[in-house]
Design a protein around this ligand. Structure first.
Ligand code: NAD
Length: 466
């Protein structure tokens, strides 16, 4: 397994200068070049899939099939889409016909913004680094990519492979933690894309403001689930619990808490218990490694344990914490109130608080009293119920009868709103993030003989009014 070595801080300004020089050669602009680099990126993943699975297992204890299904295959799919579409996406676009302006041939040139900085978090360390990277390559940008230091095996592997297979004149991977990221952020970039938590996003925003650098923020928050008793309960329970089991709930889109009618709470929790029994025929504490992912670090285990110790709700399922193995059994806490410790921050772990409410209006009020979440989930078979929830709330995505997987659905934008993020990634939306829409016209001289002569002084009012 590759060993993680941080990029020396003093090398970072040179890397920055090298990439600007590389970008100015213009090589990243050719479509053939972009496709070649995208192909290399796809093969880098395809040919080393097993190494990536092993690295993700080493860092997160994540089951191999989960890494393939939720991280590696969707990423390869996204790169393939960029490869197949880059020519179309980059084509200069003629604007809608207008009799007044058409002689000038108004059009929009799709141009790379320049040199991008992409900073990724630990939870899907490959997808969230190399996904936006593929978008930047497709857009014709040069890029520095900075993985999380919390996934040393995966970050080292990406460092090794990116330096071996991609053009180092214009693409560089910088490994490191706070000092290295701080140095990167001191420098001017043409775009920064940061994925991670809101606290660091504020530091990134301040740094970007110094240089007026455009910024995309992919953040998190507390994604709520609203349950209507008129739903397919076994499926709802399975999907919601899965959202807390996959990657041990360390998913920006994980269902964070559930709002359920008071009289329906026990029925719902019993359905979660049945789903739990199905997922874990063997007690997850005693199950072999690779059954379910671990919590990323001791600090996060302690944070989650503190939240569990402080809750005034009732632990209905799970609750066991094996701190030595950084493993937490999927846990459901019922009778949670809005001022509970579990409602004080994004959980980002395998703990699911259930809050009983007296009406859908109260559920909507609870959601609206908080920051707009990255996703809002509703489980119902009643179209009116769904419409009421979606029409009276705001969130990054509005999802019915499913959790999390909309991130992988082709042709949908992915992004938050307000504190859950700004800007979009994936597919064409990711390409657009790194693309400048450069307005262009070419006005022939004869146009002056028609309307445009009126702009030149001395002004003749009569001529303008005609
Ligand atoms: P993390 O701790 O790995 O940090 C993310 C990045 O920020 C890392 O590259 C790290 O080096 C850098 N960083 C950390 N502290 C810094 C500092 N003081 N100065 C500069 N850089 C610093 O991961 P995290 O932030 O804990 O990730 C989890 C969060 O990310 C959750 O809130 C989750 O919801 C969110 N998230 C959002 C998305 C999305 O696409 N919207 C995806 C995944 C995770």
């Amino acid at each position: 397994m590759s060993k993680l070595e941080y990029t020396p801080v003093e090398e970072i300004p040179k890397i920055h200068a090298d990439l600007y020089r590389g970008f100015r050669t213009g090589k990243t602009k050719s479509i053939e070049y972009r496709k070649d680099q995208l192909l290399r990126l796809a093969y880098l993943l395809q040919d080393n899939k097993k190494r990536f699975e092993d690295a993700l297992f080493a860092d997160l204890g994540r089951p191999h099939p989960e890494s393939v299904l939720l991280e590696l295959d969707p990423l390869i799919g996204d790169i393939k889409e960029a490869y197949g579409s880059v020519k179309k996406w980059s084509a200069t676009e003629k604007v809608r016909f207008s009799p007044k302006w058409f002689p000038m041939g108004p059009a929009i040139r799709k141009e790379p913004k320049g040199v991008a900085l992409i900073i990724a978090p630990f939870n899907y360390p490959v997808l969230l680094l190399l996904g936006p990277f593929a978008s930047a390559i497709a857009a014709g940008c040069a890029a520095v990519i900075k993985p999380s230091e919390l996934t040393p095996a995966t970050s080292a592997l990406m460092g090794e492979l990116v330096s071996k297979h991609l053009d180092q004149d214009v693409y560089r991977l910088v490994n490191g933690a706070i000092p290295e990221t701080t140095k990167l952020l001191e420098l001017p970039w043409n775009h920064i894309l940061y994925t991670g938590n809101g606290r660091v996003a504020k530091l990134v925003s301040h740094a970007a403001a110094e240089h007026l650098t455009p910024l995309t923020l992919e953040l998190g928050g507390k994604s709520a689930v609203i349950i209507d008793p008129k739903c397919d309960l076994p499926t709802a329970a399975k999907r919601i619990l899965w959202g807390k089991v996959a990657n041990a709930g360390q998913i920006c889109l994980a269902p964070d808490y559930v709002l359920v009618p008071r009289q329906f709470q026990d029925t719902f929790v019993a359905a979660l218990q049945r789903a739990f029994n199905e997922f874990f025929p063997v007690d997850p504490l005693k199950a072999p490694e690779g059954t379910m992912a671990h919590v990323i670090s001791d600090a996060h285990v302690q944070r989650l344990k503190r939240l569990l110790d402080a809750t005034r709700g009732t632990i209905a399922i799970g609750g066991q914490v094996d701190a030595a193995r950084r493993f937490i059994v999927p846990t459901v806490v019922k009778d949670v109130k809005t001022d509970d410790a579990l409602m004080s921050e994004e959980i980002f772990g395998p703990i699911l608080p259930v809050l009983p409410v007296d009406s859908v209006d109260e559920a909507i009020e609870i959601v609206n009293a908080r920051d707009h979440p990255l996703a809002l989930y509703v489980f119902t078979t009643d179209a009116k119920f769904k419409a009421k929830v979606f029409d009276n709330t705001q969130s990054g995505a509005a999802i019915a009868n499913e959790v999390v997987i909309h991130l992988g659905v082709d042709h949908l934008p992915f992004g938050g709103i307000g504190p859950s993020g700004s800007g979009y990634t994936t597919g064409k939306f990711g390409f657009d993030t790194f693309t400048h829409l450069r307005a262009t016209i070419d006005n022939p001289s004869w146009v002056d003989k028609l309307v445009m002569s009126a702009r030149y002084p001395p002004y003749d009012r009569g001529a303008i009014q005609k």
